[in-house]
Ligand binder design. Structure first.
Ligand code: NAD
Length: 498
């Protein structure tokens, strides 16, 4: 199938796709209704259209899936399969995702409103993760410990068991791949709980996993709400690990659920309020301003590592902010199916109202609204790129994760002040810094309390580097071989000799 080239082409493909949606849960290799028979609506936020009614799983479905996952794990068809063979199955899955890349991208765009070009970029990331993790598994070695001659001691890496992956809606399939890639590669049985706001691509992925030949019960998908099926998985006595991406508030609850149940491992990738530091000595202010605008307006600002706090050295601040405003003007939201759109729709009514509420608070608390600050006429949930200048860290918009297209600009006079402002946050997911002075770059990089630092770029990275945060942004690491290690347990074997 050739890729649509324009809005009309994507609309045609969307109409065709809507007639073929799989909306049931995927349990033990079968698509089934929720035990309760309940369903929920998934809505296209760009049009308000109900796309489908999807199975609404709850504790009964979670129990069933966990039992099948455990049975599959103990059976060993996947967990004890030679790594080289597991690799082949996962590479087949990646190939199938590649073949169905347009369709998977379209499902995410229809479900949560992101521009189609952005969804296609996510697919490249998702497929790349499955391939990278597949390629890692037959290259990981255990250890032989340095003992005396009377013993042989080995440190073996083994899968954890049953992993529940609970993911958000902002990069539905890419976040899914970041979780299930290493968890499956390590030999675990995985139960995926997609967000109730974007369940469709996960269910399509289940069809592809079946076709790729993942054994029964090794990969299952339970659509439904967090407080029902998500909570049941988190409280299960037979889930060994929760791999979560989502808000800090829910992340805290998951740690409590783990404590109330079986002390399962909890890996958290949570929220952020990431600072982007622009020093007066940086090269090409026009280019930096464009990157600073993209850092917040990409994906309508619904990005965990959005560069939502722009810290600019006061000597260039006025001129720099003017350039950011110009860049923002060129990033107005449009139909997500239009390949020309840079920004799409906000995921749902609740998030839309939340963002507009933050904008109102920004004005009330005295920040200077320089552009945007309003929604587009409906239908659809679209908010203009919004820039506030003169923000302080006492203001709500300066501290809270808005998760929308709202940029807060702060000024600073010295490097120490910039670092102190950057670190004055509960979060520590990402930080950017723009400068030509290598000494300053290294000094500031080391002092930033952040899981990742982008120097003279924003959001750079590939499969080879881990992704995750510090402080209340979480404790896990996605991507790279470090994530594969998280999904395995060390077993020490001491053999007495002679
Ligand atoms: P959310 O926390 O509301 O939901 C995330 C997932 O958790 C969903 O699947 C939801 O159904 C589930 N959930 C909700 N309550 C639950 C409960 N009580 N028990 C079990 N599961 C529950 O987050 P969201 O609105 O979907 O996503 C936005 C958030 O995700 C933002 O804070 C963003 O920063 C964060 N995020 C972080 C990263 C990262 O890598 N650090 C990446 C993307 C998004």
């Amino acid at each position: 199938m050739t890729r649509p080239q324009d809005l009309a082409g994507w609309r045609d493909l969307a109409e065709q796709l809507k007639t073929e949606l799989e909306c049931r849960a995927f349990i033990n290799d079968e698509f089934v209704d929720a035990e309760s028979g309940e369903t929920f609506e998934t809505i296209n936020p760009a049009t308000g259209e109900v796309l489908a009614r999807v199975a609404s799983c709850d504790a009964a479905d979670a129990d069933k899936a966990v039992a099948h996952a455990r049975e599959a794990f103990r059976g060993g068809e996947w967990s004890r399969m030679a790594p080289g063979k597991r690799k082949q199955v996962m590479l087949r899955l990646a190939d199938l995702m590649e073949q169905h890349r347009d369709e998977l991208a379209l499902l995410d765009t229809l479900d949560m409103g992101k521009p189609i070009m952005s969804s296609l970029g996510d697919m490249a990331g998702a497929i790349g993760t499955i391939r990278y993790q597949a390629e890692c598994i037959d290259k990981m070695y255990g250890e032989v410990a340095p003992t005396g001659e009377d013993a042989l001691a080995m440190v073996l890496r083994e899968p954890l068991g049953v992993v529940a992956s609970i993911v958000p809606w902002n990069f539905p399939l890419m976040m899914t791949a970041w979780k299930i890639g290493p968890a499956l590669a390590a030999g675990n049985s995985v139960i995926l709980k997609p967000s109730e706001k974007s369940p469709l691509s996960a269910l399509r992925l289940a069809q592809l996993a079946l076709e790729a030949g993942l054994p029964k019960g090794v990969f299952q998908v339970l659509p439904g709400f967090g407080h029902t099926v998500g909570k049941a998985l988190a409280l299960s006595m037979d889930v060994n690990c929760l791999a979560f991406t989502g808000s800090t508030g829910v992340g805290k609850m998951l740690m409590q659920y783990a404590g109330q149940s079986n002390l399962k491992r909890v890996y958290l990738e949570c929220g952020g309020k990431s600072p982007n530091l622009v020093f007066a000595d940086c090269r090409d202010l026009d280019r930096v301003a464009r990157h600073a605008a993209e850092a917040i307006f990409h994906n309508q600002g619904e990005v965990c590592i959005a560069g939502s706090r722009l810290l600019v050295e006061n000597s260039v601040r006025e001129a720099f902010v003017d350039k950011v405003l110009k860049a923002a003007e060129s990033m107005q939201p449009g139909d997500p199916l239009d390949p020309q759109s840079f920004m799409g729709a906000i995921v749902d009514q609740t998030q839309y109202e939340r963002i507009l509420d933050f904008i109102r608070q920004g004005v009330e608390e005295g920040a200077r609204l320089r552009t945007g600050g309003e929604a587009l006429e409906g239908p659809g949930l679209f908010i203009r790129p919004t820039v506030f200048d003169g923000v302080t860290d006492q203001m709500t918009i300066g501290r809270e994760e808005i998760f929308g297209p709202v940029l807060s600009v702060f000024g600073f006079d010295s490097e120490d002040e910039a670092v102190a402002m950057a670190n004055d946050s509960d979060y520590g997911l990402a930080a950017g810094l723009w400068s030509q002075d290598i000494d300053r770059i290294m000094r500031v990089t080391r002092r930033l309390e952040s899981g990742q630092v982008f120097v003279n770029n924003w959001a750079g990275g590939d499969q080879t580097v881990p992704f995750g945060g510090v402080k209340q942004s979480g404790n896990g690491r996605d991507k790279s071989h470090h994530s594969l290690e998280e999904y395995s347990e060390l077993k020490s074997v001491w053999m007495a000799l002679g």
